[in-house]
Every structure is written in C-alpha cells, then in structure tokens.
Ligand binder design. Structure first.
Ligand code: ZN
Ligand code: ZN
Length: 358
C-alpha cells in the first residue's frame, strides 16, 4: 500500500512509496483504512527534529477512516465503522485516566517505540505511534474512536488533533470567562480553533496575532475582533486593555520568544495558556520576582487539556449545531501523491489546514 515516508530526521520532503505494509495486527488491534488526514504543524516539528520521533517514519496523526478488521477481544468497533484516529488513547487504568485527565495518559506513548510499518528496506515508525499519511494503519483499538455517520472524514480528521487542541485550550484549560479580553498568538488551524473557543465562551475582545496577512484575515472571519501582526501587538494591548494586558493570552507557536511575549502581554493576575509544542532545548526565562509579584497563571494545555473523548463529542455537537466552523478551516486539499505541496503550503503559512485525501 501507499504511504509517505520521511527517511531521516531533518529532511524536508516525504517520499511517497507504494511498497509499505502496516504491521502488528492481532488481539486488541484494529486495521483502519485512512480516508482523510490533516497536516498538523507537529508533523513538521517531528520531521525537523523539534519533537522527538524515531525515523524512518510515516508522519500524520490527525486522521479519520473506516475500520477494515478488528482483532480478538475488540468489541467497541467493527468492520465498516467510521472512526477518528486518537493519537493519545486513554488506557482507563492509570492515575491520570482515573482523575479524568486522559490527555496526560502515557500508555499510547509506550507504543511509539514500536514500528507500525515495514517495507523491503526495513522497519518504519508512525508519527506519535500512528502515521496517518498512509492508506492503512494498524493501531491499538483504543486509538479508534467511533464517529456518527453524519460527520465527514475530513471534518473528523480535524477533530483528531488541531480542533480538539485549540477549542479545548479555551474551553477546558483556560475556561475563558464571558466579557474577557483574549489574545491568540499564532493563527493556524489550532490558533483559529482557540479563537472559536474563546468566542463560544463569550470573550468580548479577541485579538489574533500572526505575521501572515491571509491568516489574520481568516482570524477575523472566525471570531477575532481585531487581527494584528506581531509588531502591532503592543499597540493592540494598549488600545484594547489600556495597557494592563489581556485576561488570557494563548501561545500557539511553541517557541520561548513567543511565550515570553505572551507572558508580557498577559495582565497581572491573568492567564497565559501554552498550546504550542516546542523543543526540549528551547528554554523560557522568567525571573523569580515577576513570577511571584505579577501572579500570572501559566497553564499548559496538551491536546485540549481535558478528557479527550468528551472533547470529541462536544466538538461534534457544536459542529452539528453550526456553532463552530470546521469546514472553513480546510483551506487546501491534496491527494497523498502531492503531500510535499501541502508541506510547502504549511511552511509558507498560506494554509490553515490542508486535508490530504487518501
Ligand atoms: Zn491512562
Ligand atoms: Zn497535531
């Protein structure tokens, strides 16, 4: 079958091959025919080495498709069911899962060191233990989350990562209060989802911050009340908050420089939410005086910062009611053969989300 492979960390192009096999099927596993997958910024970060990932690997962790086959002992899905691929499945038994913080369950990461694919050249890993830039994947059954028939595969794929992450940051982690002021730094698919989440929560002012003009235009369509370039953020802070700073600032880039800006742009006693996935050697510096004296809350948000399956269900409900625009996030569509085109679109910042149809 076909899959897009990165041979070595640091390469910037994927190799679309047709001699790849999904391996590991057996008890407790499912075989999924991927139908749509989104290109998430974390895929690029894994390719460049910013996020840890063994290679060679098939990127892609935001996917949806249908079940082809289920292994012994799998009862919650059957052949033909439509599913979202959940790259962070909950084991249900660890302390984090028992507390309802399934986004902190590490069980899924235990599989990340096991190859998901094979080809004549050798073993191949899957991004975050999944690898959805492939026609088929074999995954732990807990990674297959059934979705209702009315949710198209391209929409379902978005729910598998970017939308859940962005909406959850605003709704679960920050619990943005009605009437508050919000800034969102970084307005790709996740940032736009955070904007939609803040709007749903009733934020009065939502300032979108992004260097790319087309993204700023999109942000306004999705609920931002103002959109500025990074250079204009200090002015917007003055204008919108009288210089005090925003009640909530979302960092959706994953760099210490933008995190520092987010911290400085948050009002004293306000909340900075860290959504971007950054590198292990990129350190954020805060001095002990400001940390204490300004009483700003720093809230990291992993995968929406709440029970993952509940977040999926909530998103589907909001989408069905027309309260969030998910279709509008898909700005580009390409077949798997043109995956490198999609990667270029993401690097240049012209895409919110590119849907890869498989
Ligand atoms: Zn767990
Ligand atoms: Zn992602």
């Amino acid at each position: 079958m076909r899959a897009a492979v990165l041979h070595e960390i640091g390469q910037d192009k994927l190799d679309v091959l047709d001699d790849v096999e999904a391996v590991g099927f057996g008890p407790g596993k499912v075989r999924i025919r991927i139908r749509a997958t989104g290109l998430c910024h974390s895929d690029l970060s894994a390719m460049s080495g910013v996020l840890p990932q063994p290679a060679p690997f098939v990127p892609g962790h935001e996917g949806a498709g249908e079940i082809l086959e289920v292994g012994e002992g799998v009862s919650h899905v059957k052949a033909g069911d439509r599913v979202v691929v959940c790259w962070l499945p909950a084991c249900g038994a660890c302390p984090a899962c028992k507390r309802g913080q399934t986004e902190l369950c590490l069980a899924g990461f235990m599989n990340a060191g096991t190859p998901n694919f094979r080809r004549p050249g050798g073993d191949i890993f899957g991004m975050a233990g999944t690898g959805t830039f492939a026609e088929e994947v074999v995954l732990d059954a807990s990674c297959a989350v059934p979705i209702p028939d009315d949710v198209p595969f391209d929409i379902a794929a978005l729910i598998g990562c970017g939308v859940t992450t962005g909406l959850g940051a605003a709704i679960n982690t920050a619990d943005v209060q009605a009437g508050s002021s919000v800034a969102v730094i970084g307005c790709g698919g996740v940032g736009i989802s955070a904007i939609q989440g803040a709007r749903l929560q009733g934020a009065a002012e939502i300032v979108a911050v992004d260097p790319v003009p087309s993204r700023r235009e999109s942000a306004l369509k999705f609920g931002a009340t103002k959109a500025v370039s990074p250079d204009e953020l200090a002015g917007a802070k003055q204008q919108v908050t009288g210089g005090e700073g925003f009640d909530y600032v979302f960092e959706v880039v994953g760099r210490s420089t933008t995190a520092r800006t987010a911290y400085d742009t948050t009002r004293r006693g306000g909340t900075m939410v860290v959504v971007g996935a950054g590198a292990m050697d990129d350190n954020l510096q805060l001095n002990m005086f400001e940390l204490f004296f300004d009483e700003k809350r720093i809230l990291p948000s992993m995968y929406g910062g709440g029970d993952v399956l509940r977040s999926y269900e909530r998103t589907i409900g909001l989408w069905r009611a027309g309260r969030v625009d998910l279709a509008g996030l898909i700005t580009h569509r390409v077949p798997l053969a043109d995956i490198n085109e999609a990667i270029d679109q993401m690097r240049t910042g012209t895409a919110l989300r590119t849907c890869i149809e498989i």
